[in-house]
Design a protein around this ligand. Structure first.
Ligand code: 13P
Ligand code: SF4
Length: 367
């Protein structure tokens, strides 16, 4: 038995989120086993060896632990936003894709690559947007509005994507909805109400919204951000569009996670306040040494991850459960019903084709 297995099992924390109908739901998030700093180099070497042996590539999101971000970069994988994660996994020749992120990211990889093995360190890594959008009521909502093009955010289940005409991520939402608007189309948008409101404002499109929010970004607070700006008058503010409108209004740049990094490089300031999951700051510090990055303020220092700008479900990915996954432990493989997957692939491929055809030089970034 490995030493860490004798440590106390981490207790799940309970995350509150709002359902589409206003009810409050509760979903658990289990922190991964801690990594003993003395053991870390050996664990990293073990993970590298297993990735090679299994012909596997690690595709990580910016919000996961720095250990996994560094491992992905050191082994020819990627650390990126949801759009690039989907694109990278799809184009990579490895037989196995290991997705360090949340479940919808693993499902998207499986839908695009049904012939490959897709693994995740923890299949129970949820997303409040996905949880707040059950397929059945969503499908009913679509049925009530047959005159609208259904555009869903990547942060949804395979079944919800299967009901959609288009899937978008935050880096391409504005471009696709703007293009649909120019074709005279009316849009049914789900699930994120803040991103939807932002896209609606920028494009002027006629959008009917579903009700859901991200438990992390919904916590950023405009008043506290204004106070922080007064303390740091030289700092520029970078905001992810899943944040409330009042927070977006204070931004010097709004963008997907990749967009936020690109904006910091473009603006060239010496200090930034960053309104998205704090995990991204690891990449920002690596790419922009000497620049100061401050996490934007949330509701306060409460007892849950909801008040500290870290996604509790992204945090479920760690070195130990990644190694278990690569060693073949049961319960880590992503499966999507083939019939649902085939239908869900249509709106995803439509987005990827749009990116290639209409924006051939686009590398992700803006909302
Ligand atoms: P990005 O596509 O910007 O990486 O967003 C994914 C996400 O879940 C943000 O909370
Ligand atoms: Fe979902 Fe928010 Fe976590 Fe992103 S940060 S995965 S939107 S809960």
């Amino acid at each position: 038995m490995r030493e860490w297995m004798t440590m106390a099992v981490a207790t799940p924390i309970q995350i509150r989120f709002e359902r589409f109908n206003g009810d409050i739901g509760i979903a658990p998030a289990t922190p991964p086993h801690l990594v003993d700093p003395a053991q870390k180099p050996a664990l990293v070497e073990r993970a590298k060896k297993l990735l090679r042996e299994r012909d596997a590539v690690l595709v990580a999101h910016y919000y996961v632990h720095p250990d996994l971000q560094d491992l992905a970069q050191a082994t020819g994988g990627t650390v990126s936003d949801s759009l690039e994660m989907a694109r990278f996994g799809h184009e990579h020749p490895a037989k196995t894709i290991v997705v360090a992120g949340v479940r919808f990211m693993g499902e998207t990889a499986k839908i695009l690559n049904p012939e490959k093995t897709v693994l995740m360190p923890d299949l129970a890594a949820e997303c409040s947007l996905d949880l707040a959008t059950p397929a059945e009521p969503f499908s009913g909502f679509c049925d009530e509005h047959p005159d609208r093009v259904v555009v869903v955010y990547a942060n949804t289940s395979a079944a919800v994507k299967a009901r959609a005409d288009w899937m978008v991520t935050s880096s391409i939402a504005e471009k696709i909805v703007g293009w649909l608007h120019k074709q005279g189309k009316k849009v049914l948008w789900a699930p994120d109400k803040h991103l939807g409101a932002y896209v609606q404002k920028v494009t002027g499109a006629d959008m009917l919204m579903w009700n859901a929010a991200c438990v992390v970004h919904d916590e950023f607070k405009a008043q506290q951000l204004e106070e922080m700006k007064l303390l740091h008058p030289d700092a520029k503010v970078l905001v992810h569009p899943e944040s409330p409108e009042s927070v977006i209004a204070l931004a010097d740049a709004v963008g997907s996670t990749t967009g936020i990094i690109q904006a910091a490089e473009r603006l060239g300031a010496k200090k930034y306040i960053v309104a998205t999951d704090g995990g991204i700051i690891h990449q920002m510090r690596k790419r922009m040494p000497g620049v100061t990055f401050i996490e934007a303020p949330t509701a306060g220092k409460g007892a849950t991850c909801q008040s500290c700008a870290h996604c509790p479900w992204m945090a479920m990915n760690g070195l130990h459960n990644l190694i278990d996954t690569l060693e073949g432990a049961k319960g880590h493989e992503v499966f999507v019903d083939p019939a649902i997957g085939a239908r869900a692939k249509v709106p995803i491929e439509r987005m990827l084709d749009f990116a290639k055809r209409v924006l051939p030089t686009f590398q992700g970034g803006d909302a």
